[in-house]
Write a new protein. Structure first.
Length: 187
């Protein structure tokens, strides 16, 4: 017997966060506007542009959302400020180049906006997007150099310190970031 009729979508007798926040399944409506590459809509009299950046990282629907009237660009999950990429960087999906392409496109677009908002962390600027990209560039270069010189993963995890990012949240994930980059480059 379902203890939570209308809420417990998977019928497991337990409400998870998404089921609680979403509310009863009967109230969920399918989208009435969809897009493939980009779309501009008006919300509350203001323009909103959505640009699909492709499948990458851990999502098939990563988009860049711009609010030109408010000088804001928003992206979620594939760009963060003042923090290292999460743990092993979802290396299992093998989509590093797609992720970097989206970061570069975001960096270029962000130059035209005063504010950049992400799903995790503070509001920033295009310079923060640049710093995020540079972290990846430096990590990739160091791991690639380690691989080319015949170092083991464990040696690289000991030697690649990225100390200049020690003030970023999640700095203790550096070994896991090295592991993720190693797999991106070798798998």
């Amino acid at each position: 017997m379902n203890q939570f009729p209308g809420f417990d979508a998977n019928g497991d007798g337990v409400l998870n966060g998404a089921e609680i926040v979403r509310g009863p399944v009967s109230l969920v409506e399918p989208p009435n506007i969809t897009f493939t590459d980009e779309i501009e809509i008006t919300l509350g009299g203001k323009r909103v542009k959505l640009t699909w950046l492709g499948e990458m990282n851990h999502s098939k629907d990563s988009s860049m959302i711009t609010f030109p009237d408010d000088d804001v660009l928003m992206v979620v999950d594939f760009v963060s400020f003042g923090r290292l990429p999460n743990r092993e960087m979802d290396y299992e999906n093998g989509m590093f180049e797609e992720w970097m392409t989206a970061i570069r496109e975001t960096e270029e677009t962000a130059r035209n906006f005063q504010y950049v908002s992400t799903g995790h962390g503070p509001v920033g600027t295009w310079e923060d997007v640049r710093d995020w990209r540079e972290y990846f560039d430096k990590l990739q270069a160091q791991v690639a150099a380690g691989i080319a010189s015949g170092k083991t993963l464990e040696q690289m995890q000991r030697e690649i310190t990225m100390d200049e990012y020690s003030d970023w949240f999640g700095f203790d994930w550096i070994d896991e970031n090295v592991l993720g980059m190693y797999h991106f480059l070798t798998d």
